[in-house]
Write a protein that binds this ligand. Structure first.
Ligand SMILES: NC(=O)c1ccc[n+]([C@@H]2O[C@H](COP(=O)([O-])OP(=O)(O)OC[C@H]3O[C@@H](n4cnc5c(N)ncnc54)[C@H](O)[C@@H]3O)[C@@H](O)[C@H]2O)c1
Length: 360
């Protein structure tokens, strides 16, 4: 196959809008239709996004022209919608997380294996330049063997009171941190073996789940990673890294940084400073020397491509499906990220180190 395809976007909220707009820009996409279960909301969002929209899911699943569905609905229905779409023969790009529970993630994997269908999870940071450059430096051996990785992510409370996100019993590990666990796995070039995670009492009292996590992971090769997350310090606007506000956010309590240490050097990525840096370690007479040897910065106009390239990811996925190719990031890889996240949740609940092998 190498022709234009029709696509559907299931769930037309904020992210659904991003998916619709990416599909409009995708050279391999012809028709686009949206879906929302409530007819009035379908009509409203269809009008706002200027695409046809329906509340009849079967009409999408039974339409042979629609080859690919993008799932941007609430997390609680990711597994159910993925199963229905794969069984209807559609290629599926589903937003993270792979469901809210281990059972849902397993169902998604089982369905993918049984149908042999196309399933890619929306870990779009694999397409974002600040991280693809990081990975390129690692692949080129510029920091030697990666041995430990630290991620500090502090944000404002941007989920709001009484929303599906605040009310969810699924934690922020799936909803937010799956991206950042996934990157740590990508950078450390190995699988997670065991996880120990802690969280302190909530500052945000109206969350139905913890508002902070300190996740420690050990990889099979002995490397370690930690992820330090909280959702209340950032002063400005109640949103994630807000592209037009990065200058203010960079010094008001927001942080989204990685430090990846290798045997020969280190890399720092810093979203709020629009900066990527590399250190080189050399052996000196009396001690080890460290020098910053490369600094890359980018302009505000390139924010989307550098830090949140959902658009690039989605256009690429449409191309893969139109050309009959396999997912670039297999769902089985995303599943390993989900396992590490579920291990962290289990660790917090049971206050112990959890081995990935326990989760099956
Ligand atoms: N990759 C990323 O960086 C990223 C960023 C934001 C959101 N997301 C993910 O995208 C998804 C949507 O997030 P959002 O910010 O757009 O939330 P949102 O609340 O703005 O939109 C969710 C939409 O899902 C719809 N919905 C509810 N039940 C549904 C069902 N059964 N079938 C279809 N649609 C249904 C809601 O009516 C709503 O329009 C979530 O899974 C979230 O984790 C990913």
């Amino acid at each position: 196959m190498n022709e234009k395809i029709d696509v559907a976007v299931l769930g037309l909220g904020g992210m659904g809008g991003t998916h619709v707009n990416a599909a409009k820009d995708a050279p391999f996409v012809d028709g686009i239709i949206g879906y929302e279960p409530d007819p009035e909301r379908a009509a409203l969002r269809g009008k706002e996004l200027e695409v046809p929209a329906t509340s009849d899911l079967d009409s999408i699943l039974n339409d042979p022209k629609i080859k690919l569905v993008y799932i941007a609905a609430i997390n609680a229905v990711h597994a159910e919608l993925t199963e229905k779409a794969l069984r209807a023969g559609k290629a599926v790009m589903c937003e993270k997380p792979m469901g809210e529970t281990l059972e849902e993630a397993k169902l998604m994997m089982k369905t993918e294996q049984e149908t042999g269908g196309f399933l890619q999870i929306g870990f779009e940071l694999h397409y974002s330049k600040i991280y693809t450059e990081t990975r390129r430096w690692i692949d080129e051996g510029l920091i030697g063997t990666p041995v430990n990785c630290h991620c500090r992510y502090y944000a404002s409370e941007f989920h709001g009171k009484n929303t599906w996100r605040s009310n969810s019993t699924g934690t922020l590990i799936g909803e937010k941190l799956s991206h950042y666990i996934d990157l740590q796995r990508w950078f450390m070039l190995d699988e997670v073996e065991e996880v120990f995670s802690m969280n302190s009492p909530n500052v945000v009292q109206y969350f139905n789940h913890p508002d902070n996590h300190q996740i420690n992971m050990r990889f099979k090769n002995g490397a370690t990673a930690n992820l330090n997350f909280l959702m209340y310090l950032g002063e400005s606007d109640h949103r994630d890294p807000l592209l037009e506000m990065l200058e203010k956010q960079s010094d008001d309590g927001h942080f989204l940084q990685y430090h990846i240490m290798g045997t020969k050097g280190a890399i720092e990525s810093d979203v709020f400073r629009r900066r990527l840096r590399r250190w080189e370690f050399t052996d000196g007479l009396e001690h080890m020397n460290s020098a910053i040897v490369e600094t890359v910065t980018y302009d505000k106009s390139e924010d989307n491509r550098w830090i949140h390239n959902t658009r690039g990811q989605n256009i690429r996925i449409a191309e893969l499906v139109a050309k009959g190719m396999s997912p670039e990031n297999p769902a089985s890889d995303a599943y390993q990220t989900m396992l590490a996240g579920f291990a962290a949740e289990t660790s917090e609940r049971e206050k112990r180190i959890v081995k990935i092998s326990e989760l099956g």
